[in-house]
Structure formats: C-alpha cells, structure tokens
Design a binder for this molecule. Sequence first.
Ligand code: PLP
Length: 401
Amino acid sequence: MTGPALRAAHGQRPVDRLHRQSAFAVQHRADEMARSGREIFQLGLGEPDLPTPSYIVTAMADSARRGDTGYTQPAGDPAVRSRLARHYSERLGHPLGPNNILLVPGSNMALHFALLALAEPGDEVLIPDPGYPVYAELTRLADAVPVGYRLRAENGFQPDIADLAALLNARTRLIVLNSPHNPTGTSLPAGFGPRLAELVGSYDCHVLRDEAYRSLNFDGVDADRELSALPADRVIVAETLSKSHAMCGWRAGVVLVPDALAADFAVLMTNTNCCMPAFVQQALVPALTSTESQRVAAGYAAVHRERRDLTVRRLRAMPGLSLVAPTGSLYAFPDIRATGLSDGEFAQRLLEETGVVVMPGHIFGTGGQGYVRVAFTRSPQQLTAAFDRMHLFLQRTMEER
Ligand SMILES: Cc1ncc(COP(=O)(O)O)c(C=O)c1O
C-alpha cells in the first residue's frame, strides 16, 4: 500500500475523521423498498413538503434572465448584503453592516468556517447532545474536539446552564446553540441568555446560534430576545431559508459574522465555494425582506404547528412511547425504550413491517439512544396514515414483550 491508501488505512486524512456509517442507512433502505413497489411513509427527512413560494422563484428566474450568472464578491453582492444588513439590524436591534453579512450555500458553512477561523487542533466545541450530527462531524474535520452538553428529557430537553459551566474551560472556542432544536423540537429555557452571557465573558469563546428552525417556533422562547445579552462581537448567527421558505435545494444560507472574523470568513469562501450562485443571492432580498415573505413564513409555520399538534396527540396515544412535546422545529423525539428495542432496531423493524420511516436517535449522539426522530413534514392525511400503522406496530411490539 502506498500514498493515500496507506494514509487512509491509518486514518490520517481529515476525511477519515468523518463517520461513514451513514445517518441515511434507514433512508437508503426506504428508497430501495420504494423502488420495489412498497408504500413508504416518509417521517424521516427534515424537508418540508411545501413548495418554494412562487414570488421567490420568479425573483431568481428574473435575475438569471437579466444575466446575473457570473461570480460575485466571495461574501456576496454588496447591494444584497447592504439590504440584508438593514434587515438583520432591525431584527436584532444592533447595527450590522454589509461586512457582517456572508451569503453561503447552506448554513452548515457557518460552523465550518467558524471552526477553521477559531479552533486550533485539540480545541473544544460544546455541542448539544442529542444534536444535529453535522456539529460533531465538522468539529472533528477541523481537528477540534466535540464535547456534548446533555439535553435530558426530564429537563424538557432544554440545556442546563450548570452543565455548560462545568464543561467550559480554557480550550473551549465555541458553543453551539440550536433553538428550536433538531431533533427534540424544544427551545432554550427562559433566563438562559443572561447567564450564558456571564459565562462566556470569562472565556475566549464564541457562540454559534444555529437558527435553522427560527421561523418554526410555535410556543418556545424568542431566541433573539433570550440571547440579546450576549456580546455581539462573540456571536455568529447561521440562517437558512431551507426550512422557513421550503428552499432546501436552493442552498441559501446567510451568516451574520462579527467584524473581527469577517475577513477570515470571506477568504474561506474565496477558497471553497467562490460565492453563492448570483441569481440565488438576488432572490434572497424578496425572500427575507418583503412583507409577502413574513406572511408566507407565518403561513408555513401555522401549517407545521397543526402537524405538530396532530403528531403529539397521536404519539402520546401509542403504547410504549413517551414524549416531551416539541415547541418548534419539524420534529418530535419520542422515547421508545419501553418497547425493549434499541432505537436502531425500532427504526428498522418499523420500516420493514409498516413502511414508516423514522430516524434512529443514536445518530444524533449518545443522548439520542433510545429515542427516534419523527418528522412532521407531511400532510395531516399522510401523517394519519403513517401513525395508524405505527400505532398497530407498537401494539404488536408491546404485546410480544
Ligand atoms: C439544526 C440544523 N442546522 C442546519 C441545517 C442545515 O440546513 P441547510 O444546509 O439546508 O442550510 C439543518 C438541516 O437539516 C439543521 O437541522
């Protein structure tokens, strides 16, 4: 063995730090079953089934027709960034300039760039456990160390500031917050922000706010208000239109970056993506700033709130499950341990026996073991059909015990 093969065998390449047993194993099997004609009930993927609003599609198409098809500045078109800076200044209540706005192809770039700009090998990053799997993976890719802060069902899956205080140390460079949260659907507890601000003040540490589900906050705290005490020069905000405007495939993300990191993030864009597609950038202005946009996002949130209510009612009626009701996001995260199955076995058997796809909780970290993620991203009729099958599966499983 020589070269890359030898290094791969010893796991010395950055890519070898990523887990290869795919989070999408269940999904692959579901696709296989669908191809062989089985009926599949998709409660696995976190992708809304709603269309991208037509006025956003029109803005993008008009821009492409006008000839916005070349490179832009790496951080994005200056006029778009100026307009978005005004939008976010009004929302957050502190001044932001175009320099603080970076347009990225998907909000994962915010964490990727933050790690490359802030962490040295061996530095630590506090991430929610359970949490979005990409946090741990990108942290390892940057040769930093992911340290999970536990979200416990008995605390309503809300982070406990005492846990964060116990984990913070001189090597902690970043704390990742995600509210509403994937996979549990819960939000930060009231009073969390000021206490976190106090803690962060004593360390050389930034906070990354992952706002992927911000517009899908049904009855949790408002993260903008809750986290307003954090020093703005230590906060990176990751925004995406994927969920709020049903734009997963557009790869439309916005990073709010403090002055001191703006040049680092821009040079990382130059050397990785060059820039977000120019015509997608132009569509961001109406997508984020128009009154139409607020109406659409509120409408999409109302649709998912109803789906959340249906999901909570149905899951709570199933034998063998217990559930902390989600206050936002697209997910419920029931505890399945009373069934006697592991979350992997549960997801696999549920799929094989009923065609219903859910995500096993362990892919979200140790704290997800014994849970499954149920995405309420389908119509009430489709959810009902899936829940009818899941209910019967649980009845059978509990009788077999
Ligand atoms: C918590 C969280 N953050 C970020 C993302 C990334 O979204 P995108 O890459 O589509 O912007 C997702 C996607 O599922 C997510 O669940």
